[in-house]
Design a protein around this ligand. Structure first.
Ligand code: GLN
Length: 538
């Protein structure tokens, strides 16, 4: 039977609860335990798939095709394990499944109530994550802040879970803020005290406290929190602000967080293997120079909308000891008549067009792609970025002037990007995309083959439209290479250009498989090409 760590948050949001949960999981994994992670989101959406990036940042996609909270990206990047449908549970998912069961008659006429029906469903999701993953330890993060109305039933389920499983099998980590008052030059413990009281009101006593503070707590503050919180002083783990988030697990390790957890679980405390992680920190701290890459999107004021792409670029930079400086370019800006594209993209050493939905800013992305193709600047297109590359090539190289996607122009005469016939009747917007892992066969002798070094790959998808195969011959004749194809469905997965030093685009999202310790091949070759191009420019 698995053991369970629950991570809750108090005082305010944005304290790094997700990083705390991931760090704990990483540290337990480094001691040889099989770990699995879950995020509970207290909102009523069934999943974040239909939420605007403005509301929620990026949608992270798991290998089995779930559209999930961006925290799952942190989890996968930290623990380097694939998560799945049991990993992101929302109130919407819980309620809709209980209501579906009620309609089906599963409850045999009972009155359906928040407790026990909703709380049971939540507990079942925790057990399901444990049984399907076969993990030794499941780490579950609860979104929001203690005291929120939305998460109260989730907290109630955790209280019951502790009763069912006992202290030896469950452990509560609570993250709080210890603010520093500038005038009186002191740390204040009251918000933390109150947050623990709030948690106790729900029937939960934390076992470990993770305190976020700008400076060391010091003995006096630590003892005070320990006393008021009924927590042993050594179970207070300090999460001091850091420059580099990868240091957080190592800071926790120095404070023996794994030992505290394993002792409570009566599991063996083994040696840690943090070699790869320490090497990563070393690399990040010893970067030599930078390379600038433009990311052309429509939510560039909101870096979280492209979180995994940003992390994947950074990781590729670490591999070559370079800081990847991202120039965030608003695609709509490029469309303005008074804007000279050279002023914006003239100095960058690579151009990346990431995924996206809807027609706003499309023409600007096409202009950026055209600039990369014509000026021979390394280009990486992701999902929409591949569709843009196809449209641009069809229009400006093959002379199909009105080439477009039916997503932007439903009555377009030359839909080089289109829906597949069996998709045309879809009305639901949620969960109806091509999602998750699909196989892709790569042709030998192509850039993609050079990058991956193998013929069969699996990558994650999240899109509705596809390359329209009716145009394959024409585009091929003009120099576009279709280097990756889905073998059964004959769908185009990767395109590249013959006549260009580095131009590649994929229908899938490689960023979801990148890890800070293992850069993704498409990102590392792109960043390498940008570094080479930079040398040539000098
Ligand atoms: N909007 C495009 C489609 O649905 C691309 C989606 C994406 O970039 N994730 O096919």
């Amino acid at each position: 039977m698995a053991k369970f760590v629950f991570v809750t948050g108090g005082v305010c949001s944005g304290l790094g609860k997700g990083i705390t949960a991931s760090s704990i999981a990483l540290l337990l994994k480094s001691k040889g335990y099989k770990v699995f992670m879950q995020k509970f989101d207290p909102y009523m959406n069934v999943d974040p798939g239909t939420m605007s990036p403005i509301q929620h940042g990026e949608v992270f996609v798991t290998a089995d095709g779930c559209e999930t909270d961006l925290d799952l990206g942190h989890y996968e990047r930290f623990i380097d394990e694939e998560l799945n449908y049991t990993s992101n549970i929302t109130n919407g998912k819980i309620y809709s499944s209980v209501i579906e069961k009620e309609r089906r008659g599963d409850f045999l006429g009972a009155t359906i109530q928040i407790v026990p029906h909703i709380s049971n469903e939540i507990k079942n999701k925790i057990y399901e994550a444990a049984t399907t993953s076969g993990a030794d330890i499941v780490i579950t993060e609860i979104g929001g802040t203690v005291g929120d109305i939305e998460s109260s039933v989730m907290m109630e389920a955790l209280r019951q879970f502790r009763l069912e499983q006992g202290r030896e099998n469950t452990l509560f980590v609570h993250t709080t803020l210890v603010p520093y008052l500038v005038g009186s030059n002191e740390l204040k413990t009251k918000p933390t005290q109150n947050s623990i009281i709030e948690l106790r009101r729900l029937g939960i006593q934390p076992d470990i406290l993770v305190t976020r503070a700008p400076i060391d707590l010091g003995e006096a503050v630590r003892s005070k929190i320990a006393l008021f919180g009924s927590i042993p002083a050594e179970n207070i783990i300090e999460a001091k602000d850091v420059n580099n988030i990868y240091e957080i697990p190592c800071n926790f390790h120095k404070q023996n967080i794994e030992e505290i957890i394993l002792n409570q679980f009566r599991l063996k405390v083994t040696e840690s293997n943090l070699k790869d992680w320490e090497e990563l920190i070393h690399n990040v701290e010893n970067l030599e120079g930078e390379v600038e890459i433009a990311l052309v999107g429509k939510y560039v004021e909101l870096e979280d909308a492209y979180l995994s792409v940003k992390e994947a670029l950074k990781a590729a930079g670490y591999k070559y000891k370079k800081h990847v400086k991202i120039k965030w370019v608003d695609s709509e800006q490029l469309e303005k008549a008074e804007v000279n594209i050279k002023d914006i993209l003239g100095d960058v050493k690579g151009i990346l067009v990431p995924g996206g939905f809807g027609s706003r800013g499309i023409e600007g992305k096409i202009l950026a792609c055209q600039y990369a193709r014509e000026k021979k600047i390394p280009y990486l297109g992701i999902c929409l970025g591949m569709q843009i590359a196809v449209i641009e090539f069809a229009r400006h190289v093959c002379g199909i002037e009105d080439a477009s996607s039916t997503e932007f122009n439903e009555v377009c005469k030359n839909p080089v990007i289109d829906l597949m016939i069996d998709q045309k009747s879809i009305v639901n917007k949620g969960g109806t995309l091509r999602l998750g892992n699909y196989e892709c066969k790569i042709s030998k002798g192509t850039l993609a083959y050079k990058d991956y070094g193998q013929e069969t790959i699996y990558e994650r998808h999240r899109h509705r439209y596809e390359f329209n195969n009716q145009y394959r011959e024409t585009l091929e004749a003009h120099g576009m290479v279709f280097s990756g194809i889905h073998p059964d469905l004959n769908l185009v997965e990767i395109v590249e250009l013959k006549d260009h030093p580095h131009f590649i685009a994929s229908q899938f999202h490689p960023e979801f498989k990148s890890r800070p310790t293992k850069a993704h091949p498409l990102f590392s070759s792109f960043v390498k090409a940008a570094i080479d191009y930079q040398k040539k420019c000098k």
